[in-house]
Design a protein around this ligand. Structure first.
Ligand code: UDP
Length: 333
């Protein structure tokens, strides 16, 4: 692949897609973003001579066809993500994540373009064998538990990738482990860091579900993006699956304490029952840890940014969004 590439990022207006677009433009690539939602996360890129946003969805096969015809490589990030969607709107999760991926692969196959699929550590479900290697089993609960629809949708997307690979399409799969950083979901929505962030910035108690001893490996977005680009352009990645994450485990209780310590303010911790937050269609995952060997040895990347440092930058960026410097913050907000 040439060092400067024409690239389509589906879902490029989202958290990971927007950071990926930044990094690709920095490399000198030309970036097309397909994004049906808001473009707030890429507003700083609008007007860049090598950047273009198309406001449409991966469910539009015609648009995908015309975009993929023009590019060398596709990063497929468009997906419905966030536990509130898994339990609130499982149809949309399955429709976008499965049918959207099929559309991307169909068009990519027509033009012979490589696809990097943004997948997830959720595919391992709650496999108790820690850490997880890429070929480890998926251990999931009942289909009555809506939470598992996301894991299933992404596993189906992976199967579709391998089915197309059998027909000759170059594909690579990256599985993200709790990536965080500026421009993560909206305050109070999406993933745990933005839920805690909203509570922290208002000085409210942070709601820790259960005893808070469940763990995640929180991975700085910059590290994840470096690995993602390597999955797209480095030789020897085709047909591979790569865990993308740090193997440093942090409990949700430790995360809450750390955010309060770094963020300052008056927040305390409130332990809540999971049914209070997500109802009956939810089941938690006790531990989630990647084996990062392939990421390190084949992609040449280690997720080395310490959580304390990444959280400080993330809290600062959300403070700036809520109250830009020099306005409310000067008054002590
Ligand atoms: N969680 C919590 N308080 C909340 C929301 C979530 O303690 O208000 C916990 C949740 O039970 C899980 C962890 O935070 O153990 C991470 O949740 P997230 O929604 O980020 O997604 P997950 O990592 O489970 O996919």
């Amino acid at each position: 692949m040439p060092s400067e590439v024409k690239i389509l990022v589906t879902g490029g207006g989202g958290f990971l897609g927007s950071h990926l677009s930044d990094a690709l433009l920095d490399r000198g690539d030309e970036v097309f973003v397909l994004e049906p939602g808001g473009t707030t996360k890429v507003r700083h890129l609008i007007g860049h001579p090598r950047f273009r946003v198309v406001r449409d969805s991966v469910l539009s096969l015609d648009i995908l066809d015309s975009l993929i015809a023009q590019v060398d490589l596709v990063f497929h990030h468009a997906a419905v993500v966030g536990v509130e969607h898994y339990v609130g709107d499982p149809y949309e999760v399955l429709n976008v994540n499965v049918n959207g991926t099929q559309n991307v692969l169909k068009a990519a196959f027509k033009y012979g373009r490589k696809v990097v699929l943004a997948s997830t550590s959720e595919v391992y479900g709650r496999n108790p064998k820690i850490p997880w290697r890429e070929d480890d089993d998926r251990v999931l609960g009942s289909t009555r538990i809506d939470r598992w629809c996301y894991s299933t949708s992404k596993a189906t997307a992976e199967h579709l990738c391998f089915a197309y690979r059998k027909m000759g399409l170059p594909v690579t799969i990256v599985r993200y482990f709790n990536i965080y950083g500026p421009r993560l979901d909206k305050l109070d929505a999406g993933r745990i860091i933005t839920i805690f962030m909203g509570q922290l910035l208002r000085g409210e108690p942070l709601t820790v579900i259960g005893d808070g001893l469940q763990t995640r490996c929180f991975t700085w977005v910059g590290d994840a993006i470096r690995a993602t680009i390597q999955a797209g352009v480095a030789p020897g990645t085709e047909g591979g699956i790569f865990n993308i994450g740090t193997d440093v485990e942090t409990s949700i209780l430790e995360l809450a304490k750390l955010m309060i310590e770094i963020g300052g303010g008056n927040s305390t911790i409130r332990f809540v029952d999971q049914r209070e937050v997500y109802g009956e269609s939810y089941e938690d995952i006790p531990r989630r840890v990647p084996d990062a060997t392939r990421m390190r040895e084949i992609l040449g990347i280690t997720a080395e940014t310490p959580l304390r440092e990444g959280l400080a930058r993330t809290i600062e960026s959300f403070r700036d969004e809520v109250a830009p410097r020099g306005v409310a913050r000067a008054a002590g907000a």
